[in-house]
Design a binder for this molecule. Structure first.
Ligand SMILES: [Zn+2]
Length: 111
């Protein structure tokens, strides 16, 4: 698995920083955002270090599909699947990205 030295998400994935995973499989982990902007705010993160959407290659198609399918399952797990939720990627600084390791945001829980 590719890791980046000073990446906080790589450290969470490797266990160097303790975190509670809501979901984990061989390709992905999911955990709560430490600065939530909604009652439910989950991050779906590939174990492989990819900087942003800009850095995806053709070989990452399955990974992205998998992230979205995991988000669907996590929406159900966190109880927002029926009320509704939003999925989004922030890309680079201008897009609001703060941690430069690809992640999909799942937010919801207002209603
Ligand atoms: Zn990383």
């Amino acid at each position: 698995m590719e890791h980046s030295e000073n990446c906080i998400f790589c450290k969470i994935i490797s266990g160097d920083i303790a975190s509670e995973f809501l979901f984990q499989d061989e390709a992905l982990v999911a955990f709560k955002d430490i600065k939530p902007i909604a009652p439910v705010h989950v991050l779906i993160v590939p174990k492989k270090h990819v900087r942003s959407i800009n850095d995806l290659t053709a070989g990452d198609e399955a990974l992205i599909s998998r992230m979205i399918m995991a988000a669907k399952d996590l929406a159900k797990q966190t109880g927002v699947n029926k009320s509704g939720y939003r999925l989004f990627f922030n890309v680079e600084k201008g897009g609001g990205q703060e941690i430069f390791h690809l992640h999909l945001h799942l937010i919801g829980g207002w209603v």
